[in-house]
Design a protein around this ligand. Structure first.
Ligand SMILES: Cc1cc2nc3c(=O)[nH]c(=O)nc-3n(C[C@H](O)[C@H](O)[C@H](O)COP(=O)(O)OP(=O)(O)OC[C@H]3O[C@@H](n4cnc5c(N)ncnc54)[C@H](O)[C@@H]3O)c2cc1C
Length: 454
């Protein structure tokens, strides 16, 4: 079946006729997809241009597994805030003025998606709740240590206006099945004694948790390999192509070389390529309008005892600053935030890092910021903020991508969904209806099914 590479032997004990699936991308969505496909008994090959898994957006994110951050951003109130923020240099949102057709078309669709703000928020909450069990199950089965902290997530609001708005969002979360406690200032300080400041109110979501996405993905990638998945690191995928008889060709070459790309054919391909998924989708005849929305994080090394005591263990979302935190083990505090519309640009700008460090010094004065590791990553964001999970137009083409600000939270359930769909299609060939990539409906239907089953 291959050209340019040797044909791999079929999985041990599976016999020669096993469906061969390529997964493009070894971030959190690609690796969870590969793992779930392997559990379905399929023969999986993952391609990634980096030397390790989780080296791009899944490297140093906010760490939150947060149904309590499931609100989609297509809310008229957020649009107004966004316009005000555009006038402030240190604001959590920055839109670079240089126009591009991609940015304009994405923004237009983003505004139009405000019509589905409520139902998309409720659908996302349901998915986030359903994802938890799968994520923990994979970690337990494979014995993965990823600095899991099951201490809940605390949302804090300084003003009555912010808190009143949060009460409205909380109603949607309740519709989605998420239970949260409403708190006053005293209770906030009881739950997280290290935090400084006075708050009008807050919410505590005890069932949410945090962990290190990079550690999780790396360890799960190793588990995939133990289960027979082939991972091709440093393989730059240059093109995906539909072939006859429902097969799909992957063209790739080793990073840093300019040899002609080798072609390999598969029964199916699942595109999980983060912000590159849009380009691959176009090659396969699909439109997946992902925009790279840049965010930043700093990892504060808690090198001394005073910093370790002064840093929070409970995860936070500070609504005004739009900043989240996660304690990663005893010695690290992750602080993340900001949304920047600047195209596919991964530069770390110190002007965007400074507000994160200043916030840490203000909210957690006991923490020394002498040793920090700055990072920037690109959220693969769809205009309606729902991931694309399902079949493409051509036979054998599938997507699990576009998870935006919630890829860590949602990946485990969308991976399970897509793996079941691929396995089901090949177990009963001819039943699959291609061109079913109606993600909003698919994701909503999935959320309904999950809630009914619960
Ligand atoms: C600052 C920040 C904070 C965040 N905080 C949170 C949070 O607290 N909770 C949460 O749930 N989510 C959070 N997110 C979102 C989450 O991190 C992302 O949704 C998730 O990591 C996306 O994973 P992915 O697999 O889709 O993309 P990626 O991790 O980027 O993986 C895509 C992979 O495709 C590979 N690839 C691309 N092109 C090619 C090619 N041509 N050839 C070969 N390989 C290719 C890349 O090398 C990469 O490894 C945050 C994001 C940011 C930026």
């Amino acid at each position: 079946m291959t050209e340019g590479h040797e044909t791999r032997p079929a999985l041990a004990g599976k016999g020669p006729i096993v469906t061969q699936v390529a997964v493009i991308g070894a971030g959190i969505t690609g690796i969870t997809t590969a793992y779930k496909l392997a559990l379905q008994g399929l023969d999986v090959t993952v391609f990634d241009r980096n030397a390790f898994s989780a080296m791009e957006t899944s490297f140093a994110n906010g760490g939150q597994l947060s149904a309590s951050n499931a609100e989609v951003w297509n809310n008229p109130a957020t649009f107004i805030k966004g316009i005000k923020w555009m006038l402030r240099k240190d604001a959590p949102l920055l839109v670079h003025p240089a126009p591009s057709w991609h940015k304009i078309s994405w923004m237009a669709e983003f505004v139009l998606a405000a019509r589905s703000y409520e139902e998309n928020t409720v659908a996302t909450v349901k998915l986030a709740i359903a994802a938890r069990r799968h994520l923990i199950e994979m970690a337990e089965r494979e014995n993965i240590d990823f600095d899991l902290e099951k201490r809940g997530i605390l949302h804090v609001y300084e003003t009555k206006a912010e808190f009143d708005n949060a009460l409205r969002v909380n109603e949607l979360y309740r519709k989605g099945g998420l239970e949260r406690r409403i708190l006053d200032d005293r209770e906030i300080h009881e739950i997280e004694p290290a935090i400084a400041g006075r708050f009008h109110g807050g919410f505590f979501t005890e069932s949410d948790f945090t962990g290190d996405i990079h550690k999780y993905t790396r360890r799960l990638a190793e588990a995939c390999e133990r289960r027979g998945v082939a991972i091709r690191y440093e393989a730059d995928v240059t093109k995906l192509e539909k072939r006859d008889a429902g097969r799909v060709a992957v063209f790739s070459r080793r990073m840093g070389t300019d040899v002609p790309p080798a072609r390999e054919e598969f029964d199916a391909v699942v595109v999980c390529a983060g912000v590159a998924s849009r380009r691959f989708a176009a090659q396969l005849g699909d439109r997946v309008n992902i925009y790279p929305v840049k965010g930043y994080s700093v990892t504060v090394n808690l090198d001394d005892e005073a910093s370790r005591v002064g840093a929070p263990y409970v995860s936070l979302l500070d609504d005004k600053a739009k900043i989240v935190t996660s304690r990663l083990g005893e010695n690290r505090l992750r602080i993340a935030g900001t949304a920047e519309f600047a195209g596919e640009n991964r530069d770390i700008r110190m002007a965007r890092i400074k507000p994160l460090v200043d916030w840490c010094r203000y909210r957690f004065p006991g923490v020394s910021t002498a040793s920090i590791v700055p990072w920037a990553g690109l959220r693969p964001m769809m205009p309606d903020m729902l991931p694309r999970v399902g079949r493409g137009n051509a036979a054998g083409v599938y997507y699990n991508t576009g998870h935006g600000h919630l890829g860590w939270t949602l990946c485990a359930i969308t991976a399970d969904t897509i793996a079941a769909e691929v396995a089901g299609d090949f177990a009963a060939p001819g039943v699959a209806v291609q061109g079913e990539l109606k993600p909003v409906d698919a994701v909503r239907a999935d959320a309904e099914r999950i809630t009914e089953a619960a």
